[in-house]
Ligand binder design. Structure first.
Ligand SMILES: Cc1cc2nc3c(=O)[nH]c(=O)nc-3n(C[C@H](O)[C@H](O)[C@H](O)COP(=O)(O)OP(=O)(O)OC[C@H]3O[C@@H](n4cnc5c(N)ncnc54)[C@H](O)[C@@H]3O)c2cc1C
Length: 554
């Protein structure tokens, strides 16, 4: 069966009618990574997600597969080593969504980074992360730094460092992992919320009560082991289990702002010092540049954190201080996103000082909770959890197999194979009159599966007079049939990222995509209207604070 909500009834039937070795709660990158690892080892695994896959922190990050250069300052050598060396693995397994990106670290007279410490720091970073020689950091003098990024203010600049990271699309990476888990036999369902645990006579967890958020129904899933991979919601689940003791989460909020590229036309990604102990990324990406992130203690509602005026102003001030002729204003913001870091509380530490290490907690009832960590380290976290689960189940499921497992869409043998495949897909697109620009967009979103979308264009060509509508229909049909979308937001936010990276243009396509989705999933009028309303609200919410701050200041 395809990974599609067209088969929802069968998926619910599968989940409720058998016993699983492992139930994973939470469909962010951590949960999906665990489901894939477990499925590849032959475990019978289920995963439920209360909203859409990646709708939590896993679509709200800085979207980098990085080793965390700043953790060196906190002397977190093991963390830098583990996630740093993992970057190349994540890239190899999903070349279409994990792309090498050179990062520039400017060094200024009044900054907290000196030239020599930066040079040593970057070298240690490369060494710890096992970076190949050809990609070792390169130290630049003042002139070379300005040449690398002409927008940098040069008065206090004394040099810079160029080093390698990878950029990604966090929710695309998560969905490719979810698709891979499904392809290997895992049973995953979105819009399915855990509302309580089931226990055996000895008080051990042996399942979950689940609410189907689409039709409001309830069903039970039985499992020998249950993992809580709920990110910022981890403690809420521990509360359901009456096991919220000892270590607790400390949530911190991080926001990102999106500007039209022409407002901040960077030649290159920059990681700069703000002067208050924080570091900020400014990353150009097609026709936008995004900037982030903040790091502030967060104690409000978890479901939809938002960027507010203070967050935005902090980032704007930092950008205007660093780049000449930027003069950015609140009104220049095109889109935003805000995410919550599920960190472990440590007395007396500020948000930026809290460790990004992952932490595993096992309750007396057997609930295995995992929090903290990074996108980058998702595979290593999954390996640890599945090893623990196998021990608890007292069965040999063999070693982890994900290190060399190519994710869905990323089935390339090498960089050369990747380039060859891209050329072939462009030729295929040409035969179906799909422009190279469009094919590239699809290829860097769906990888090898871009071919399937092009085949759909050929198949649907007689049904659409307008080219744009034809392309939209083909992509939507692919996502309906293969990516478990149900809501319009799933498509516009998490499968395509349109709301972040292409907001003004995509706003004009909302009605068309809404009609396509409603038709293809055969959604009843009332739900369909709600869905459209929710998307329009979401498009407004990401920049709502701007009009609010204008109206309160007048
Ligand atoms: C601002 C910011 C920037 C970051 N930048 C980077 C970066 O550039 N690189 C990097 O490597 N890492 C980065 N991170 C860290 C990374 O994003 C997170 O570590 C990672 O996304 C956490 O994933 P997760 O699956 O644990 O949590 P989530 O993605 O939040 O997933 C948890 C899921 O559980 C679901 N859930 C909750 N309750 C229930 C329930 N009762 N039933 C069913 N499902 C439930 C939620 O809906 C959610 O989808 C960043 C984090 C933040 C906040």
């Amino acid at each position: 069966m395809n990974f599609s909500n067209l088969h929802r009834a069968s998926f619910v039937q599968q989940l409720s009618s058998q016993e699983f070795d492992l139930l994973v709660v939470g469909g962010g990158i951590t949960g999906c990574g665990i489901a894939l690892d477990a499925a590849l080892r032959g475990m019978k695994v289920a995963l439920i997600e209360k909203n859409d896959f990646a709708s939590g922190t896993s679509s709200r990050s800085t979207k980098l597969i990085h080793g965390g250069l700043r953790y060196l300052k906190q002397l977190e050598f093991k963390l830098v080593h583990d996630v740093g060396s993992e970057r190349a693995v994540v890239h190899r397994n999903a070349r279409h969504v994990v792309i090498p990106e050179k990062m520039l670290l400017p060094i200024t007279e009044d900054g907290s980074l000196g030239k020599l410490p930066s040079s040593i720091g970057l070298l240690v970073y490369d060494m710890l992360a096992g970076v190949k020689r050809s990609e070792h950091r390169q130290m630049l003098n003042r002139h070379e730094t300005v040449k690398a990024e002409p927008l940098l203010k040069s008065d206090k600049l004394i040099g810079g460092g160029l080093y390698f990271e990878y950029r990604t699309d966090d929710s695309r990476l998560t969905i490719e992992i979810a698709k891979s888990a499904h392809a290997n036999g895992a049973s995953l369902l979105n819009y399915a919320e855990l509302t309580g645990f089931l226990y055996d006579a000895s008080g051990k967890i042996d399942g979950a009560k689940v609410e189907d958020k689409i039709d409001g129904g309830e069903f039970h899933i039985r499992a020998k082991a249950v993992v809580n991979a709920c990110g910022p919601w981890v403690d809420l689940l521990r509360k359901h289990d009456n096991s919220l003791k000892g270590k607790r989460l400390q949530l911190t909020k991080g926001v990102h702002l999106v500007f039209p590229y022409k407002k901040l036309p960077l030649q290159q990604a920059v990681y700069f010092d703000v002067g208050d102990g924080r570091m900020i990324f400014a990353i150009p990406r097609n026709h936008i540049t995004y900037v982030g992130t903040t790091d502030t203690v967060y104690n409000q509602e978890i479901d939809s954190p938002r960027c507010n005026k203070e967050d935005a102003q902090y980032l704007i001030n930092a950008v205007n201080k660093t780049f000449k002729d930027a003069h950015l204003k609140l009104e220049d913001i095109e889109s935003t996103w805000a995410g919550l870091r599920p960190l472990i509380h440590e007395d007396g530490k500020s948000p930026s000082e809290l460790s990004r290490k992952d932490e595993i907690m096992i309750s007396e009832s057997g609930l295995i909770s995992i929090a903290g960590g990074k996108l980058t380290g998702y595979r290593l976290m999954a390996e640890k959890i599945v090893d623990i689960t196998a021990k608890i189940l007292q069965k040999d499921f063999g070693n982890c197999k994900t290190k060399s497992y190519r994710l869905c869409g990323g089935e390339f043998k090498s960089e050369i194979d990747f380039e060859d495949t891209l050329r072939n897909v462009i030729s295929l697109g040409d035969l179906a009159s799909v422009s190279e620009k469009k094919v590239r967009e699809w290829f860097f979103r769906y990888g090898t599966n871009a071919k399937t979308i092009i085949e759909k264009v050929a198949k649907l060509t007689n049904r659409y007079r307008e080219k744009e509508s034809l392309l939209q229909a083909a992509e939507m049909e692919y996502c309906v049939e293969n990516e478990m979308i149900y809501e319009l937001n799933d498509f516009l936010i998490r499968r395509t990222g349109h709301i972040f990276f292409d907001k003004p243009a995509s706003e004009k396509t909302i009605n068309n995509y809404h009609r396509l989705l409603t038709e293809q999933l055969n959604i009843a009028a009332e739900s369909s209207d709600k869905m459209l309303e929710s998307t329009k609200q979401e498009y407004e919410s990401v920049t709502e604070f701007i009009s609010y701050s204008n109206s309160t200041s007048t």
